[in-house]
Design a protein around this ligand. Structure first.
Ligand code: ATP
Length: 236
């Protein structure tokens, strides 16, 4: 199926029991966009990302990624997505290169050694690449998570709060990697940092109580204006 949209979310709702986490959400992301997904804690950001990456199904609605349905073609969806989940689950006993080789195997990468070397270089992991993941600082673990997400050269990156808890140096480094890879990928990332959206994103989407309440180009918008808008739309 040929499609222009990299991500298309059509009228998705998600209920956890009685709790409505997403309420008729529709969203289209075009190739090359870097979209910042903002919203208060519990707004539904991670839920939307888990649905797009086929970890959980929506209660209602439909979505496609790179033209593949999240219901009918989950393998194809997963192949075209690189996903860094919120709490960056890693195998702490594995060595960095060992883990990346494992991730490359899962992603169907052909030249595994070359690709692992490239990812180690790209994410600045070289000085730590021979350690166990459990020995790494949070910043370097986050780099491993990003390398894992990129290893199969996906067209779409979905990053759930990729810079949370990082020191300013690590934060700037991760941002620069995302900005660089975002030149030829489509990126959907969630964050609570408005400066991050200003620094990286071409578009900001604000979600509140499971509904999209703003969807704006970042042209002419800065962190200050975005913060004002965020407060106006999400403080009840
Ligand atoms: P945060 O910014 O805190 O990460 P979020 O915007 O990512 O929040 P979600 O994690 O998607 O929000 O949660 C949306 C709502 O769904 C919240 O009220 C949350 O408590 C609820 N929720 C999420 N996962 C589950 C689950 N597995 N079972 C029940 N309720 C859940």
């Amino acid at each position: 199926m040929v499609t222009e949209e990299m991500i298309e979310v059509k009228d998705i709702s998600k209920l956890y029991g009685e709790q409505r986490a997403l309420d008729h959400v529709s969203l289209t992301v075009q190739p090359g966009e870097i979209v910042g997904l903002l919203g208060p804690n519990g707004a539904g950001k991670s839920t939307l990302m888990k649905i797009l990456t086929c970890f959980i199904p929506p209660t209602e609605g439909e979505a496609t990624v790179c033209g593949h349905s999240i219901f009918d073609d989950t393998l194809a969806v997963r192949r075209c997505i690189g996903y860094l989940p919120e709490h960056n689950p890693l195998y702490l006993d594995m060595y960095v290169r060992e883990y990346l080789r494992f991730a490359a195997g899962l992603g169907g990468v052909k030249e595994v050694k070359r690709r692992v070397d490239e990812m180690v270089e790209l994410t600045g992991l070289t000085p730590e690449a021979d350690k166990r993941i459990g020995q790494l600082s949070k910043g370097y673990r986050q780099r491993v998570g990003l390398a894992q997400a990129l290893i199969h050269d996906p067209q779409v990156l979905i990053l759930d709060e990729p810079t949370t808890g990082l020191d300013p140096n690590q934060l700037e480094f991760i941002r620069s990697v995302i900005r660089n890879v975002g030149k030829d990928k489509t990126v959907l990332l969630s964050t609570h940092i408005m400066q991050e959206v200003e620094a990286m994103c071409s578009r900001a989407v604000i979600i509140n109580e499971g509904r999209i309440v703003a969807d704006e180009s970042m042209t002419g918008l800065n962190a200050k204006k975005l913060t004002e808008q965020f407060h106006k739309l999400t403080l009840s």
